[in-house]
Design a binder for this molecule. Structure first.
Ligand code: AN0
Ligand code: CP
Length: 317
């Protein structure tokens, strides 16, 4: 595998999940693969899970790992070509990428959407420059429009817990005080649409996701109706995608918070969220602490999704 930025890069999902379960059963079976190989993880944004789980996955494979927090201690990077660099950015990505690439064999990049310029975000300008100018395998640790390591971990978690062949999976918008990217819901929808699950998206009017991500999903504006009979409830906030409100918070309506009454209309559904989560906004304490909450196993599976991706990249070097 030369890049991992979306669902298509992983190939057939049944094979990917089977490989994930094999890796999970024996995480240290491939420690030889990463010998004398170096992973560089580059963060333009904060992280807890991605940072730790990806580093752990790389260590399970015997790799060396370097982490660069671009906004803490590195030079501020210009990402646009053709600008006169007379501001606070001391270095251009076009020099920084090949320099960073000269010290490693694989690059992971976290670069969130700026939520100001839709075209810039949806063209994935930052991670695409890494792919183009590093000459190395590059994988997304959440880019502007997708978070595929998260969606892969979500898929593994659903496959481990489902009790019917075709579960009903509901992606529900939930309130949050700050503007968040669409990457997690976009990506979750992209991966769910690649399965044969019964997949439903629910959100208030104005929060429609890009049509290429909604795909064949059913969109239901009545949250309670959407949740009826659900086997998995996947909560997430996102900011508006549609113009002229791109990147804006249109409402923080707490009637959309996932609580026990809403979980009561489901088919005793499991609750999922990628974390970090704001309690009282996205979900109530009792739901996230309930025995149907999968947030911790879901986060634990981030190590597994990262290990499958790194393993496939190492096998292709
Ligand atoms: C980020 C987001 O919504 O994309 C990261 C989630 C994994 N969340 C926050 O910034 C709170
Ligand atoms: N779910 C997730 O990617 O978490 P972090 O932002 O903490 O890495």
């Amino acid at each position: 595998m030369k890049k991992f930025t979306d669902v298509h890069d992983i190939g057939p999902l049944d094979a990917a999940v089977a490989e994930a379960l094999a890796v999970k059963a024996d995480r240290f079976a491939f420690t030889h693969l990463g010998r004398h190989r170096t992973l560089l993880m580059i963060f333009f944004n904060s992280s807890l899970r991605t940072r730790l789980s990806t580093q752990k996955a790389a260590m399970n494979l015997g790799m060396n790992v370097m982490v660069l927090d671009v906004n803490q201690g590195a030079w501020k990077l210009e990402t646009e070509r053709g600008v006169i660099m007379d501001g606070d950015k001391a270095e251009h990505l076009l020099e920084a990428i090949p320099v960073m690439g000269s010290y490693c064999d694989v690059i992971g990049v976290r670069s969130f959407a700026g939520l100001k310029d839709k075209a810039e975000d949806y063209e994935e300008r930052v991670i695409n420059q890494f792919i183009r100018y590093s000459g190395l395998p590059v994988f997304s640790m959440e880019a502007a429009t997708r978070h595929p390591l998260q969606s892969f971990a979500d898929l593994i978690t659903i496959e481990e817990h489902k009790t019917v062949e075709r579960p009903k999976v509901v992606l529900s918008w939930a309130p949050h005080p700050k503007a968040l990217p669409q990457a997690v819901p976009n990506s979750f929808a992209e991966w769910m649409n690649a399965t044969d699950y019964d997949f439903v998206i629910t959100h208030p009017h104005g929060y429609e996701l890009a049509p290429e991500f909604v795909g064949k999903a059913r969109v239901e504006y009545d949250q309670l109706k959407a949740l009826e009979g659900a086997d998995f409830v996947y909560a997430k906030n996102w900011s508006a995608y549609a113009d002229p409100n791109y990147g804006r918070v249109l409402s923080a309506d707490r009637s959309w918070t996932i609580d026990a009454a809403k979980m009561g209309v489901t088919n005793n559904a499991f609750f999922m969220h990628c974390l970090p989560v704001r309690r009282g906004m996205i979900v109530t304490d009792d739901v996230i602490e309930s025995e149907r909450s999968l947030v911790i196993p879901e986060a634990a599976n981030r190590e597994i999704s990262a290990q499958v991706v790194l393993k496939r990249i190492l096998e292709s070097l």
